[in-house]
Design a protein around this ligand. Sequence first.
Ligand SMILES: Nc1ccn([C@H]2C[C@H](O)[C@@H](COP(=O)(O)OP(=O)(O)OP(=O)(O)O)O2)c(=O)n1
Length: 126
Amino acid sequence: MENSYEIPNKSKDVSLKELRDRLAEFAELRGWEKYHSPRNLLLALVGEVGELSEIFQWKGEVAKGLPNWTADDKEHLEEELSDVLLYLVQLADVCGLDLGQAALTKIIKNARKYPIVNQKTKSTYN
Ligand SMILES: Nc1ccn([C@H]2C[C@H](O)[C@@H](COP(=O)(O)OP(=O)(O)OP(=O)(O)O)O2)c(=O)n1
């Protein structure tokens, strides 16, 4: 088992399965599995989406790559994005679903629903 308190190597590729397993271990070691029902995890997820939204609230449009943001602001954003992801991964897990496989399947369904069109003549947005 990896040391749970060690910040991981930045170049390491992270899989949804690894996050799922680390989160399951995190909850088990603390005896929190009984609280991690689908409904509770969904409410926690929505709460974190609210915290993520607060970062952008009242800022006006934000340029891609966040060129004018401080390192602290970017770190805060990373943390809130992670909270959303981590609750989403746990929600899928306690529902017995394979989130990675489901997301890949959904990308295929999206591609079938929205076929590629010549962008000079037609766009999805008009
Ligand atoms: N029962 C819990 C409580 C927390 N977490 C994990 C998932 C999130 O990544 C993070 C959420 O922790 P907090 O509730 O402390 O929320 P924040 O990190 O957003 O702190 P704060 O609300 O003080 O900004 O911890 C969890 O898995 N299960």
